[in-house]
Design a binder for this molecule. Structure first.
Ligand SMILES: CCCCC/C=C/C(=O)SCCNC(=O)CCNC(=O)[C@H](O)C(C)(C)COP(=O)(O)OP(=O)(O)OC[C@H]1O[C@@H](n2cnc3c(N)ncnc32)[C@H](O)[C@@H]1OP(=O)(O)O
Ligand SMILES: NC(=O)C1=CN([C@@H]2O[C@H](COP(=O)(O)OP(=O)(O)OC[C@H]3O[C@@H](n4cnc5c(N)ncnc54)[C@H](OP(=O)(O)O)[C@@H]3O)[C@@H](O)[C@H]2O)C=CC1
Length: 278
């Protein structure tokens, strides 16, 4: 809804900030762009489809969303994106590396081309965006926050081994850069999400896979794109200033859940109480 306030944060929380958000034409990226714009930030939103970006612009308060068509895998396009943002807005305070994705397939069927496709879209593009923004904006201005969205649980991504490898690498990249670039006042961190009910997620995974994800989540539900947007907005605010290098997991408890306990056959038996030992 254009022009409406955040339902969580005070008006003006991000006044004066310039945020670059990749994949801003749908899902989590769009929700984050809207939240940032409502909170007073200027958002440069990129993606490959101009139509999707224009739809996001229409959902933001007028003048707060600057749509730029850019494929985050292409060096010349990323350089033009960052240079254009600096020409128009003079600085970049927040980079939210949100664009990404993977396909589900048994590992043994993934070709080298498929493997490279996912590593390039996720890990390589994150480095390209991050290094370009850092060198051209954040290091000269001696400040900035770089956030990458990754995935939870962290105990391997069966059927998406390529995606799991990319996300693990991205988290490690953010940890390393947090140490190296602290001297420039740049914070770097990851937000590792469990299932989030975006249109892509709902259309992409078979319904039984989606249902299993709900039942394996202690809170019993997937997340919403607004909940992720609120976390990114918090990190961009002064409230996030002491966060760097961390992996903030938001997944309804999925990352610490290892299947049903007690096992079903025990749970089904009445009053199976452990014998007292003292
Ligand atoms: C527990 C919770 C965990 C978190 C779960 C995470 C959820 C999400 O991330 S949901 C939202 C994220 N969005 C997406 O995942 C986007 C959806 N996917 C795509 O857009 C694409 O499929 C792509 C990004 C994965 C690849 O697109 P593109 O770069 O255009 O690549 P191509 O389609 O040309 O394919 C190149 C190459 O990759 C292999 N390949 C692609 N798809 C498949 C597949 N379904 N199965 C097997 N292999 C695949 C294949 O080698 C392709 O080459 P060709 O065979 O020559 O086409
Ligand atoms: N939904 C979920 O359950 C989870 C999602 N994630 C991650 O969160 C991020 C957002 O996911 P979600 O909102 O669900 O998915 P979407 O598919 O809605 O969003 C992905 C966005 O990235 C853009 N994009 C894709 N490839 C490129 C590219 N090469 N260059 C520029 N932009 C690109 C797409 O736009 P366009 O096609 O126009 O380029 C799209 O708007 C992804 O990285 C995803 O893997 C992580 C954990 C869980």
């Amino acid at each position: 809804m254009p022009g409406t306030a955040s339902s969580v944060f005070r008006d003006g929380l991000l006044d004066g900030q310039v945020a670059l958000i990749s994949g801003a034409g749908s899902g989590i990226g769009r929700a984050t762009a809207i939240e940032f714009a409502r909170l007073g930030a200027t958002v440069v939103g990129c993606g490959r489809s101009t139509e999707k970006l224009d739809e996001t612009a229409a959902l933001c308060p007028p003048g707060r969303f600057d749509a730029v068509a850019c494929d985050v895998r292409e060096e010349d396009q990323v350089e033009a994106l960052v240079d254009g943002a600096l020409e128009r807005h003079e600085r970049i305070d927040v980079l939210f590396n949100n664009a990404g994705g993977q396909f589900m397939a048994p590992a043994e069927t993934v070709s080298m081309k498929g493997w490279r496709t996912i590593l390039r879209l996720n890990l390589e593009s994150v480095w390209l965006m991050t290094s370009t923004v850092a060198n051209r904006a954040m290091i000269p201005q001696q400040s900035g926050k770089i956030i990458r969205i990754t995935g939870s649980p962290h105990n391997g991504f069966p059927l998406m081994a390529h995606g799991g490898v990319a996300r693990a690498g991205e988290e490690n990249l953010m940890r390393g850069l947090a140490v190296e670039w602290a001297r420039y006042g740049i914070r770097c961190l990851s937000v590792a999400c469990g299932p989030v009910l975006t249109e892509t997620f709902k259309g992409k995974y078979p319904i039984d896979v989606q249902q299993a994800m709900h039942s394996q989540t202690p809170l019993g539900r997937a997340g919403t794109e607004e909940e992720v947007a609120w976390m990114i907005a918090f990190l961009a605010s002064p409230g996030g200033d002491w966060h760097t290098g961390s992996v903030i997991t938001m997944d309804g408890g999925m990352d610490c859940y290892r299947g049903a306990f007690p096992p079903k056959e025990y749970a089904d038996e009445a009053a199976r109480t452990e014998e007292r030992r003292t």
